[in-house]
Design a protein around this ligand. Structure first.
Ligand SMILES: [Mg+2]
Length: 222
């Protein structure tokens, strides 16, 4: 761990937040052979963890690597993201990706867009015939047995270091992280927005990730 420094950090989810689509949803919708068990049901019944649910589905992928990479492209990274990251960096914001998905496709998409940011996610590699092999991030300081990488731990670590922390997300697993940051630095869409609405917790809505950047830059938060 680097020594804590003051500053401004935007911790952001990846799937459905920096992109239009979730990788997981594309896998379940397009890449599973017939007869794949209902691992989501197993997760919802508390029989397996969120990490294990994703690990099992990703290991069922029987598409070729080229087909999977084409699906990764269809996740639709916000085209305004590279410029938005550059503007945030110039204004003193550090962007940190925290994802319970897989580093493999996150690095592919960000790399193709020429974006170099800190990424905390679950490692993995694609092996044709075996699928995307998801691994526990055993070396990560943000390890959770349930999720792999725990986004709330990432947020808390920066808050404890005395930094201004914003968070952006779109899903149920983002709720713990979103609750930790101030309302004017809490960005939500889709399922996360519905959770926060139910709890009466205010947030800034967004449709595309670059709107989060625009909002932070406009308010000049320090
Ligand atoms: Mg998400």
């Amino acid at each position: 761990m680097p020594a804590p420094k003051p500053g401004k950090v935007l911790v952001t989810d990846f799937d459905g937040t920096m992109t239009r689509e979730d990788f997981y949803r594309l896998v379940v919708g397009e890449m599973l052979p017939p007869g794949t068990p209902d691992h989501w049901g197993e997760y919802r019944r508390g029989e397996i963890t969120h990490f294990e649910c994703l690990r099992r589905y990703f290991a069922c992928i029987r598409a070729t690597e080229a087909e999977v990479l084409a699906a990764v492209d269809r996740m639709g990274l916000d085209p305004g993201l590279p410029a938005a990251v550059a503007e945030l960096n110039a204004a003193g914001w550090v962007v940190v990706v925290a994802s319970a998905g897989c580093e493999w496709y996150i690095r592919k998409l960000l790399g193709a867009a020429g974006v170099d940011v800190e990424v905390h996610s679950n490692p993995g590699r694609f092996v044709e015939g075996q699928g995307l092999l998801l691994e526990m991030p055993t070396a990560s300081p943000f390890l959770s047995q349930m999720l792999g990488v725990d986004k709330a731990m990432v947020v808390r670590w920066h808050l404890d270091a005395g930094r201004t922390v914003a968070f952006a997300g779109d899903g149920y697993p983002d709720a713990d992280a979103a609750r930790l940051v101030p309302a004017d630095l809490r960005f939500a869409r889709a399922d996360l927005a519905r959770v926060l609405d139910r709890e009466g917790l205010p947030y800034r809505p967004f449709a595309a990730w670059s709107e989060v950047a625009r909002d932070l830059l406009a308010k000049g938060a320090t």
